[in-house]
Design a protein around this ligand. Structure first.
Ligand SMILES: *[C@@H]1O[C@H](CO)[C@@H](O)[C@H](O)[C@H]1NC(C)=O
Ligand SMILES: *[C@@H]1O[C@H](CO)[C@@H](O)[C@H](O)[C@H]1NC(C)=O
Length: 318
């Protein structure tokens, strides 16, 4: 009797899991999103070259066919010729208007793929190479913040303190540590490079909510400076604290645990150790001593070669 109940429960759990996955896939269909700026062109992702028959459609409110591809020829439908054209077997929106936002479908033979198009008004900013730039972004309380450069991640920061910098932004991108309290999610990038030019977007809560202002277009001016003028002070100190915090805290935990282990081993060998000192107490003393004599743990030294100790102080308040 019990076995049957167990089996039933197991089947129920399995079934609900499958149903959940299916339901999620069917209802919360994760549509790939694209974006463009107002008055800029946008090429839709569907490539018609491999299709016998293809169609591009705009979903509600104006559910209509924009262009058709048959016999290797693409034709833009009446009423859409001015705004859309076919280019290299792709659909091209010549100059995006705010009303072009929405869901588009690409039907190749019988397979349909959807794209959610976002048309953005971006604030223009310009910066000299090697300088720093701050993009303002504010929002109500959130669980996490994500900054994107074009489509790549610059920085992902969650309320629990985890920081994931994007490729090329390690140690260059920062947010205020208090951002989840203040709602100030402004991003600072220091030592700007030519490759940093492009569109920046501020998102919250798993990229479901837009921060305000949401988008920027950054222009990077080439710096024709003297060869000796290479470093910029802005990248040190406070701006890097956020990114380094997790590394330093982990390193400190490691160092303290090693010290603890050494002390424990030591206590095991020498039975004459004073009984009033528990290993925990020794740990505290040891870490205190480390601060007092300025014998910094190796992790900290390697991480802060250019930083002043003053910038690192709050991290050591354990
Ligand atoms: C479309 O696909 C064809 C064949 O798969 C490829 O040769 C062509 O380069 C693609 N066009 C673009 C613009 O990516
Ligand atoms: C928000 O943070 C940025 C830098 O992180 C700072 O420059 C700006 O002054 C802050 N805004 C306000 C209103 O405090």
């Amino acid at each position: 009797m019990q076995r049957i109940t167990m089996k039933a429960i197991l089947i129920l759990i399995l079934a609900s899991t499958f149903m959940g996955v299916f339901f999620k896939a069917a209802v919360c269909e994760n549509i790939p999103s694209g974006f463009t700026l107002i008055n800029r062109a946008y090429t839709f992702p569907g490539n018609a070259s491999g299709c016998h028959h293809a169609e591009w459609r705009k979903s509600p409110p104006a559910d209509a066919t924009i262009a058709t591809y048959t016999d290797h020829t693409c034709t833009t439908e009446e009423g859409f010729e001015e705004e859309f054209t076919c280019k290299d077997q792709h659909l091209l929106l010549r100059a995006a208007r705010y009303t072009d936002q929405g869901r588009y479908e690409f039907i190749c033979n019988t397979a349909t793929t959807a794209t959610q198009l976002d048309v953005l008004y971006a604030l223009k900013l310009s910066v000299d190479e090697t300088d720093s730039i701050t993009f303002s972004c504010y929002s109500r309380s959130a669980e996490d913040v994500t900054w994107l450069h074009n489509k790549e991640t610059v920085l992902h920061y969650t309320m629990d303190g985890s920081v994931i910098p994007g490729k090329g932004y390690e140690g260059r991108a920062s947010l205020e540590k208090t951002c989840f309290k203040t709602g100030n999610f402004s991003l600072t990038i220091c030592n700007v490079r030519q490759a940093d030019a492009g569109v920046y977007r501020c998102f919250l809560d798993d990229e479901t909510i837009k921060g305000y202002p949401h988008a920027y277009e950054l222009e990077v001016n080439e710096k024709r400076s003297s060869p000796g003028d290479q470093t910029h002070p802005d990248c040190n100190e406070a701006t890097l604290v956020l990114y380094k915090t997790s590394t330093v805290v982990l390193g400190l935990i490691l160092v303290v645990s090693v010290i603890c282990l050494i002390i424990k081993l030591h206590n095991c060998r020498s039975t004459s150790a004073p009984s009033t000192h528990t290993p925990e107490n020794d740990c505290m003393l040891m870490s205190d001593r480390t601060h007092a004599t300025d014998e910094r743990p190796p992790v900290q030294e390697s991480d802060y070669t250019e930083n002043k100790p003053s910038g690192t102080q709050p991290i050591f308040e354990i």
